[in-house]
Design a protein around this ligand. Structure first.
Ligand code: CU
Ligand code: ZN
Length: 171
């Protein structure tokens, strides 16, 4: 009987620990608004999980296919074509690449694939960024951008992804 009680209290303790650490994970959100005359919009949540960051959410209103998806340097989406967001977030002076390439910009998230209905479910994990305002890799106060065209994952510095279809400040 004593053993059973011991196991039970362990289980309860573990559950309590898990709940606490989940609440402490830093999060941020970007509300993407249409730019460049598009109808692309949506919300993406960023969750820090240890050394990686999970992006989750849904974006609608695009044409079908892969579209470039990046964190840009400046948290300013005010320009009608979102040019005010600057270039790709690049704290370590890398060259453009894919999200899992050794050489890339920290803001290179790759492509988001939109379906026949023009909807993309976001469920991506990436490294090299952190959900914080301070430090070289911090993304709070920067911008999330969806492009008009696919990112070719190699052309420096833009990935040849075309115009900026939607932009949202990460906060
Ligand atoms: Cu971009
Ligand atoms: Zn890039």
């Amino acid at each position: 009987m004593k053993q059973v009680l011991g196991i039970m209290s362990c289980t309860l303790l573990l559950a309590a620990c898990a709940a606490t650490s989940e609440q402490e994970e830093p999060t941020a959100t970007a509300v993407l608004q249409p730019r460049s005359g598009s109808q692309v919009q949506g919300t993406v949540k960023f969750t820090q999980i240890g050394d990686i960051v999970r992006l989750s959410g849904e974006i609608t209103g695009h044409t079908k296919g892969p579209k470039g998806f990046h964190i840009h340097e400046k948290g300013d989406c005010s320009d009608p074509k979102a040019m005010s967001a600057g270039g790709h977030f690049n704290p370590h002076k890398g060259k453009h690449g894919g999200p899992y390439d050794p050489v890339k910009h920290a803001g290179d998230i790759g492509n988001l694939v939109f379906n026949d209905q023009g909807v993309a479910k976001v469920n991506i994990t990436v490294g090299n960024i952190s959900v914080s305002r301070d430090g070289p890799d911090g993304i709070i106060g920067r911008a999330l951008v969806v492009h008009m065209d696919p990112d070719d994952l190699k052309t420096d510095p833009t990935g040849n992804a075309g115009g900026r279809a939607a932009c949202g400040v990460i906060g």
